[in-house]
Design a protein around this ligand. Structure first.
Ligand code: CA
Length: 225
């Protein structure tokens, strides 16, 4: 079981890391919100322990970005005070539980285990970006209500871009995630696939959603006209 701790108080982070490692977890630690979000988006964790007050990006914003990206990883919030609005906000944003500081390590461990007992986190069944909608259960994508006729690879490619919309994805990352292959990044396999995908997703619709970022890769986002 892998746990990510995002906590800027180094002593607390080190103490949690030690305790959770001794309890058999593999633990990563980030001390800033942006670093935590990056890890949460690029690695697979079973639980994320997320402090609210963090430098660079607070816990609310990390959680919101995570859920917006379609990541269902369970989140246990650490709040500094037992304020009801904070708790409500966290749960509304999709946190699974919260713990008020200061807390005993045994309490944290119990909460983490309880989250894990609820079973593996569920992949969200649907996702919507602009007028693009996904039904992951039925493997179906529509734009403006019209069904897109996509091959399985095209569906995987479009899902990846949509799940991480607003984020520039490199050709190397796309090749790894969609084809499970490690191409040289100068290959045009990804470019060819994106070109075909655009014909289906963007040609007959406005605004265009798939954009090329010169020298970097591709991003799916709704840009102001
Ligand atoms: Ca803090």
């Amino acid at each position: 079981m892998r746990i990510l701790i995002v906590e800027d108080e180094r002593k607390t982070a080190a103490y949690l890391q030690k305790g959770l490692s001794e309890s058999g977890f593999v633990v990563d630690v980030a001390h800033r919100g942006d670093d935590g979000l990056h890890l949460a988006l690029t690695q697979e964790y079973d639980v994320i322990v997320l402090d609210v007050m963090l430098p660079a990006r607070d816990g609310w914003s990390v959680l919101a970005a995570l859920r917006q990206a379609g990541r269902p990883t369970p989140v246990l919030f650490l709040t500094a005070r037992d304020a009801v609005p904070d708790r409500v906000k966290g749960l509304e944003l999709g946190a699974d539980d919260y713990l008020v500081k200061p807390f005993a390590f045994s309490e944290l461990l119990a909460r983490v285990r309880s989250i894990l007992r609820r079973g593996p986190s569920r992949q969200p069944e649907t996702l919507r970006v602009a007028d693009l909608e996904f039904d992951f259960v039925r493997h179906k994508a529509t734009r403006g209500g019209q069904r897109l006729d996509l091959t399985p690879k095209e569906f995987a490619l479009l899902s990846l871009l949509a799940q991480r919309h607003g984020e520039v994805l490199s050709r190397t990352l796309i090749a790894e995630q969609v084809w499970d292959m490690h191409f040289d990044s100068d290959t045009n396999v990804v470019d060819v696939a994106v070109r075909r995908l655009r014909r289906k997703v963007d040609d007959a619709f406005a605004p265009k959603l798939i954009h090329t970022v010169r020298g970097s890769g591709y991003v799916l986002e709704e840009r102001p006209v």
